[in-house]
Design a protein around this ligand. Structure first.
Ligand code: SF4
Length: 174
């Protein structure tokens, strides 16, 4: 089986990995540079939460992952990374994104064992521990994401409950 690094010639980002689980059409539009002019308020709220929730945590320093994304902060001596999310509980998209970040760091010689996902709205955290089967999960995710973005046109619009919170709503429903 191909290593995910070989599959990932398209440079799938962590955000795109999350979009794979949220809506393949959104993944295609985003990857091909079609971005709504006005950033959706939910994106602004998410950024605000990330920027303000842990501002007093002295050790906090974002870590860029070679163009595929940014980890909110890390305790590298403990092999732990941290991500802050605006949702209320773990979702498949967040698991896929953070699993991808752990995989990427491990592929680059940093043996991350855990991602702590913070939910400031709920004042709780959730641990995602690395397991051996995750490499295959990431390989599968990357292959599926590459298949979506290789399509000549975006996947068709399907009206879903999440559409009303999506930045592409106007574009899709036009
Ligand atoms: S509006 Fe709905 S169909 Fe369109 S990109 Fe967003 S989630 Fe997908």
């Amino acid at each position: 089986m191909k290593r995910a690094a070989e599959i990932n010639r398209q440079r799938i980002t962590g955000t795109e990995m999350a979009y794979l689980y949220i809506c393949p059409r959104k993944l295609w539009l985003f990857h091909h540079g079609i971005r709504p002019e006005n950033e959706h308020v939910n994106v602004q709220i998410g950024r605000h939460i990330q920027e303000t929730s842990y501002e007093r945590q002295e050790a906090r320093k974002e870590i860029a992952l070679g163009g595929i994304g940014v980890v909110d902060w890390a305790e590298l001596d403990k092999c732990v990374i941290h991500e802050v999310k605006k949702s209320k509980c773990p979702r498949h998209a967040e698991v896929a994104q953070t699993r991808y970040y752990m995989w990427w760091m491990r592929e680059h010689g940093i043996p991350i064992k855990r991602c702590v996902i913070h939910y400031p709205k709920q004042r709780r955290t959730w641990n995602l521990d690395w397991t051996d089967d995750m490499t295959e999960r990431v390989q599968d995710d990357l292959a599926r994401a590459c298949a979506v973005i290789a399509l000549p046109v975006p996947p068709p619009f399907e009206c879903m409950s999440i559409c009303k919170k999506c930045a592409y709503e106007e574009y899709c429903s036009a």
